[in-house]
Design a protein around this ligand. Sequence first.
Ligand SMILES: C[S@@+](CC[C@H](N)C(=O)[O-])C[C@H]1O[C@@H](n2cnc3c(N)ncnc32)[C@H](O)[C@@H]1O
Length: 306
Amino acid sequence: MTRALYPSSQGAALSAEPYRIDILSRVAAVVERTTGIFIADRSYGKLGAALSKIVTGSPQQWVLEYEQQTERHPAHASLIEQLTVHETYFYRDERQLEFFRTKLLPDLLRKKLTEGASTFRLWSAACSTGEEAYTLAIIASEALTQLSREPAFIMSAARLKIEVLATDLSRAVLAKAQEGVYRSEGMGSFRGVPKFLLDYFSITARSQNGRSFEELTPLAAIKRMVSFRQFNLTSPMPPQRGFDVVFCRNVLIYMQDDVRLRVFQMLERALDADGYLLFGPTDSLKGAELFHLHQNDGQSYYTRKA
Ligand SMILES: C[S@@+](CC[C@H](N)C(=O)[O-])C[C@H]1O[C@@H](n2cnc3c(N)ncnc32)[C@H](O)[C@@H]1O
C-alpha cells in the first residue's frame, strides 16, 4: 500500500517530490561515503526513482536503517546498481588505445623482455562488463606475439605471461564480464571496433523472436589472461601492487575532488615504479599532479613521481 505513495520510476525521473529532500540527501551521503559516487541535487530525481523500487514502509525508518547498515544493508547493491553508469564498449576511445598499442606498449614490453620478466600485469580498474579488460588482453597479446618474432626476444617472449586484472564495484557487471558473451548488434559492445580485434573472438550466429544476431566470445587464450574481482576504488589499498599498466577510465567523473584524490593515492600504490597510468578523456583530473604527466601525439599518460 505504501508503495503507491512513491512515484513510478518515470514520474520520479521528473520529480523526486514524494521523498523529502532531507531523506534524499541522507541517502546520497551514504552512497558517497561507501562508493565515492557523488549525487548532485539535480540527480535527486534519479535517486528518488531508485528508492521507489526499493523502499517499503516509512522512508524515515528506511533511511535510518540504511545509515546504520550502509554496505551491509540488503538494498545497498541494488541501489548502487541503479545509480551507476555501466556504459562501455570494445576499443573505447580509439585514439588513446592506438597510441597505447603502437607507442607505449611496444616500449614497455621490450623493457620487460630485456629484464627477463615473467609477468606483464595490467589492471582495468572500473571494468564494467569487461570490454576494456578483454581489449587490453588482446592488444597486449598481439604486441607480444609481434615482438616474439624478433630474434632477440624469442625465448623471453615465450616466458612472459600477460595478466589482466579487471575490477568493478558492481557484482552484476562482473558476472556478465566473466561470462564474456557479447552481441554484435546495434550501438553495443562492438561499435567502431577495429577489424583486427574480431580475430580474437569466436562468433556464433543466433536468432531470437525472428531477429538474427551474432554472439561473440573472446577466444579461450584471451579469457585465460583476464581475472575479474570486485573492488571499490575508494579502498585505501589496491587489490595488488606492481602493475605495469593501469587503465582507470570514465569513472573519476562521478567523484568529488577529495574522493578522487584518495583514488589517486590508491592508484599510486598500485602502479609499478616504471608503470603507466591512463585515464578517460572526460575524467576530471584535478589532483593528478601526484603523478608525472606525459603528453605525446595529443595523448596523455601518467607515471609515478617516486
Ligand atoms: C562508465 S563505466 C566505465 C567502464 C570502462 N572503464 C570504460 O571506460 O569503458 C564506470 C564503471 O565504474 C564502476 N564504478 C563506479 N564507482 C566505482 C567504485 N567506487 N569502485 C569501483 N568501480 C566503480 C561502475 O560500476 C561502472 O561499471
